[in-house]
Design a protein around this ligand. Structure first.
Ligand SMILES: *Cc1c(COP(=O)(O)O)cnc(C)c1O
Length: 434
């Protein structure tokens, strides 16, 4: 365990300098580059349980968990053993396999809204496919998403709200044609009135509403009482579909995801992260009458060479089996509560303006007085202070998500002692943080 404040990262730096010449920004996905917290990212060598080792031999307690999949801990021996067995039978079939049936049954049994499911390879793919599906099913083009919610990088989702209550979408990224996003309407999270207005302004035109039922991609933000229920009613009243993007929250807030926890059942759900157990998997599913539109059962085309990959299905099945053991979610809740409340206490005692919370194995902390109901509120955080906090926690062997606007994740492998060690590090860091 690193206990000094002078982290030796020579090899990480060497590798990352080389990477920047080979790949844009030196990474395969942007947040990994540590741009929003400053400093160089550490380069990983291996992961096990709640820990990461970098190429310089430093060990860290990990609260990113490869962005969510590692809910049983990294490289769980049962998952690894199952993968070894599956590997001997080959890496890809491109044909039906019994593993798909097993994981599909598990997902259908667990997630209240899902009666039928289609496997894909990432959360992005799940969300872009479900969007096509809601448009196909309703014969409508417009969708409503919320500012600060992330649904992968497909063109139609790369839109944030303008300064008004509800604005027609303008693309966030060059390369996204305006014509692709004109049908993406946006509203502030937790603002039911804004959604009502959009429905009133676009009668019989809105195919559906998609959201993170608990936000993790603008920092950790919970739905206010009545928000999810209100969306359920509004969509029903207007002949629109409700989609929960549970790529992050699925099997993390509860075995049946946010929809089980909040008792609100959407028409369709997207999944990813946990259900692949660390291999690339996404899924979308929901009502049988809607899913029957998907090819080849129906006319809505969607396909994938590696979809339903036997290794990915195996890792997912084993991960869900581990999560089914009695007491897992109680344990996750307990340690995550201890961590989050501990962090808030330590930060407040040191005189910082902070707010935050947790649900299941997901948590967040903003350097803002709060409360945070939406992305606008989240953006009031002191992100430069977060950057300093992040770096100094890293120097003390604690790996947090390298952005103020990402949720944190715990796993079954995190021990009470890991949490205590994290809180001790936080106390040292926060008491001297300017
Ligand atoms: C991560 C995430 C996605 C995108 O998943 P990828 O596997 O990274 O493509 C979509 N929606 C939510 C809510 C996510 O957290």
């Amino acid at each position: 365990m690193v206990n000094t404040t002078s982290l030796k990262t020579t090899k990480s730096e060497e590798i990352f300098v080389a990477a920047q010449k080979l790949m844009p920004g030196g990474v395969s996905s942007p947040v990994r580059a540590f741009k929003s917290v400053g400093g160089q990212p550490i380069v990983f060598d291996r992961v096990q349980g709640a820990y990461i080792w970098d190429v310089d031999g430093n060990q860290y307690i990990d609260y990113v968990g490869t962005w969510g999949p590692a809910i049983c801990g990294h490289a769980h021996p049962d998952v690894i053993a199952a993968l070894h067995k599956a590997l001997d039978k080959g890496t890809s079939f491109g044909a039906p396999s019994v593993q798909e049936n097993i994981l599909a049954e598990m997902v259908i049994e667990a997630v209240p809204s899902i009666e039928m499911v289609r496997f894909v390879n990432s959360g992005t793919e799940a969300c872009m496919s479900v969007l096509r599906l809601i448009r196909a099913f309703t014969g409508r083009d417009k969708i409503i998403k919320f500012e600060g919610c992330y649904h992968g990088h497909a063109d139609m989702f790369l839109v944030k709200a303008g300064s008004g209550v509800a604005t027609l979408g303008l693309p966030d990224s060059p390369g996204v044609p305006k014509t692709t996003t004109v049908n993406t309407l946006t509203a502030p999270y937790n603002d039911l009135e804004a959604v009502k207005t959009l429905f009133a302004q676009n009668p019989d035109e809105i195919a559906g509403v998609i959201l993170e039922p608990v936000v993790g991609n603008a920092g950790f933000i919970v739905p206010e009482a009545g928000f999810l229920e209100g969306l359920r009613e509004l969509t029903q009243e207007n002949g629109s579909l409700l989609v929960f993007d549970e790529v992050m929250t699925g099997f993390r807030l509860a075995y049946g995801g946010a929809q089980e926890r909040f008792g609100v059942t959407p028409d369709l759900t997207t999944l990813g992260k946990v259900i692949g157990g660390g291999l690339p998997v996404g899924a979308y599913g929901g009502r049988k009458d809607i899913m029957s539109m998907v090819a080849p059962a129906g006319p809505m085309y969607q396909a994938g060479t590696l979809s339903g990959n036997p290794l990915a299905m195996t890792a997912g099945i084993k991960t869900l089996e581990l999560l089914q053991k009695p007491g897992t979610y109680e344990y996750l809740e307990k340690i995550t509560k201890k961590l989050t409340e501990g962090l808030l206490d330590v930060a407040k005692a040191a005189g910082h303006q902070v707010c935050g919370g947790h649900l299941g194995a997901m948590f967040g902390l903003f350097f803002a007085s709060g409360p945070v109901y939406n992305y606008e509120d989240a953006k009031k955080s002191d992100t430069t202070k977060f950057g300093r906090f992040h770096r100094r926690m890293l120097e003390r062997g604690i790996y947090l998500a390298p952005s103020q606007f990402e949720a944190g994740f715990t796993s079954l492998a995190h021990t009470q002692e890991d949490i205590e060690r994290t809180l001790n590090a936080a106390q040292v860091v926060l008491s001297s943080l300017s």
